[in-house]
Ligand binder design. Sequence first.
Ligand SMILES: N[C@@H](CCC(=O)N[C@@H](CSC=O)C(=O)NCC(=O)O)C(=O)O
Length: 283
Amino acid sequence: MTAAPTLLSQHSCFDGTVGFYKHVSEACGGDMRFGVFVPPQARERKVPVLYYLAGLTCTEDTFLIKGGAQRVASELGVMLVALDTSPRGAGYAGEDASWDFGVGAGFYLDATQAPWSARYRMGTYVTRELPALIAEHFPAREDREGIFGHSMGGHGALVCALRNPGRYRSVSAFAPIVAPMRVPWGQKAFKGYLGEDTATWREYDATELIRSAKTRLPPLLVDQGTGDKFLQEQLKPELLKEACEATGQPLTLRIHDGYDHGYYFISTFMEDHLRHHAAALNA
Ligand SMILES: N[C@@H](CCC(=O)N[C@@H](CSC=O)C(=O)NCC(=O)O)C(=O)O
């Protein structure tokens, strides 16, 4: 049994509701916030759940405000859960010093290095604590979960699925960081959260996990824009393509001319992602 989350605000939306909540997280050692879109079908039955992991600097409301997902999720009968991108207010030195580490940059992993290891445990939060709370307090099917995300959250979605084989029925990403060990954002985060031993970094690197996995994920859908200013230095989707081709992991990688890294890009292809998930979640 977990305590019910506190409702902060609720809004009618496409015949369902968007609610924003806070609760005391054991994994993250303090208050965490999340948002939930409950589709109209949930008035009659439990519905599948799709978790969205946002990128650097985002909060629990970014996706629900900017992603443009609710109309199609309402049609498809899929619950959407969006969470924050890190714990907040831990008070660690340097926590707010940069936008790509610390607050807003939890990287969906469980930190092992002090002081971060006490509260920056987003891996456990995403894959264990929050799903248990959602199953207990919302009309959600525990056996029908999908996961997707953007950029740092695309990395998070891929890695959460790869580290929990069989758990997620559907997986997709917008402009994900696919090989954090090999790019500056990931190297900075992994060094700070996981320490100097790069062997531990492999456990949170999607391309490394795909290459070493004994089982395959459900078919992946990944969208990437060519106008993305982070494409060459931080994202490198070609490394994901190579890993998938080498191992037989099904991947649909779509490259879109001119699209940048932001939510104009994400919202353009959101419907495709929701239908990709719903096909597996409602099967
Ligand atoms: N402050 C940064 C830009 C930060 C940024 O672009 N964040 C992205 C995610 S990047 C990877 O995880 C994002 O989703 N921002 C929110 C939005 O509404 O676009 C800079 O100065 O470049």
